[in-house]
Design a protein around this ligand. Structure first.
Ligand code: GDP
Length: 264
């Protein structure tokens, strides 16, 4: 119990510091909890299903350098401070996802979003569709936040990292294939959602217009979806492979650290 209490207080404190925050989202089983634990303790965890959001304070490990500190030298207190950030792990379970989307509506200190996905699961239709729907909704939340913004210069940019995890598995797809598969599947989600809206609109009001445009992710037109379309709303999407663990050992997520560093 004292250990639990300590970690609870630690976590409470972490969420109250106002540090730059990275929001961890993605389907269950992708490796969010594993990455959070690695970040917190530097060890590979035995994971448990996450049902509540978890906020932990982390330090960008060496040799990665926060972009804001490129001109500072190690040992400078400001340099050390700039390496601190918060990881907010959100539940991936379908019914609990509203937590992630509501955080996106009012993102406060959120500097970036890390969408963790199992690169082996992407090769199966169910895994691909689940990931594509979730990612579509995350991107649409960001788009709405941007288009609803009242300031003339638009809200601050929130980049997205698609962390293609479990690259240690031989069934894992390379990051470039994860990208094209997700883009194709998101195109389908986008078309299906538009069709459902049209059908619902027609049934409700005998043909009245529904505000389809607001629900359409990315640029208009019949073409297929590309992540580059998100630049228009201030969101750069990067896809970087990694593996949080390898058997019982820790794996390699250097690419994710450097992405975090670029946005810190
Ligand atoms: P979450 O639901 O997104 O929080 O996913 P978890 O962190 O609970 O991970 C789900 C499962 O995938 C666990 O059994 C992890 O040990 C395993 N896992 C996580 N990362 C990796 C990885 O890089 N490689 C392999 N092979 N398994 C991983």
């Amino acid at each position: 119990l004292p250990i639990l209490l300590h970690s609870f207080l630690y976590r409470k404190a972490a969420s109250a510091t106002g540090l730059p925050t990275f929001l961890l989202v993605g389907p269950s089983g992708g490796g969010k909890t594993a990455f959070t634990t690695l970040t917190e303790r530097g060890t590979v965890p035995t994971t448990h299903p996450s049902t509540t959001p978890l906020s932990i304070e982390a330090l960008l490990p060496d040799p990665h350098v926060p972009a804001s500190s490129h001109y500072r030298s190690p040992g400078d207190p400001a340099f050390e401070r700039s390496r601190r950030f918060i990881i907010l792990d959100t539940p991936g379970h379908g019914k609990l996802r509203n937590y992630a989307t509501s955080t996106l509506a009012d993102p406060g200190n959120v500097r970036g979003i890390i969408f963790v996905v199992d690169a082996a699961a992407i090769d199966e239709e169910a895994g691909l569709n689940e990931a594509a729907e979730y990612l579509h909704d995350v991107l649409l939340s960001l788009q709405k936040r941007y288009t609803n913004a009242t300031t003339s210069k638009g809200p601050k940019e929130i980049p997205v990292l698609i962390a293609a995890n479990k690259m240690d598995l031989f069934t894992a797809l390379p990051a470039s294939s994860v990208k094209t598969k997700l883009e194709k599947a998101i195109s389908e989600v986008r078309n299906n959602r538009a069709k459902a809206l049209r059908d619902a609109g027609a049934a409700l009001s005998g043909g009245d217009e529904v505000d389809e445009e607001k629900e359409w992710l990315g640029e208009g037109g019949e073409g297929s979806f590309e992540f580059d379309e998100m630049r228009e709303i201030g969101t750069a999407v990067d896809i970087v492979g990694g593996n949080v663990c390898q058997g019982k050992n820790s794996g390699d997520v250097a690419g994710w650290w450097s992405w975090i560093g670029e946005h810190l």
